[in-house]
Design a protein around this ligand. Sequence first.
Ligand code: INI
Length: 154
Amino acid sequence: MSRKIVGNLNAKGMRIAIVVSRFNDFVTSRLVEGAYDCIVRHGGDRADAVEVVCPGAFEIPLVADRLAAAGQFDAVICLGAVIRGDTPHFDQVVSAVTSGIASVALNRNLPCVYGILTTDTVEQALDRAGIKAGNKGWDAALTAIDMVSLLRQV
Ligand code: INI
């Protein structure tokens, strides 16, 4: 008989760190609220979470690495918004934050979730931050909860 292992979505007692960039705060603050909403709706406690604010998306991996190394958290959720219209070096910032977050997860052996919006316009970013097309912060928190539960079983 084969065995199937899946995460459950109960966040009770989970210690979650959120790293969020201040750049495009009008978008990223909505992502943070979405993440907290998801955690609480799944039985977690906002008081068990820690939120760390860094300057831009480029800085997120270093902060995530520091939090992961601390050994005090079950998962790190990374939230940011890189908008092409705002930056001529969009691709470099996106590439750095993307590979940086993946490296932290693998090197620290901790769920480190990618909740970075990468859009062409401000409107697209807002749509994905709770206006029209869901909230990527909420989705990232759900992935964190799922992964914490999953890795506890694997
Ligand atoms: N940082 C972002 O998080 N989003 C952006 O859209 C952005 N733009 O447009 O440039 C951005 N740039 C700052 C970057 O993340 C670093 O903070 C900066 O380069 C200093 O290292």
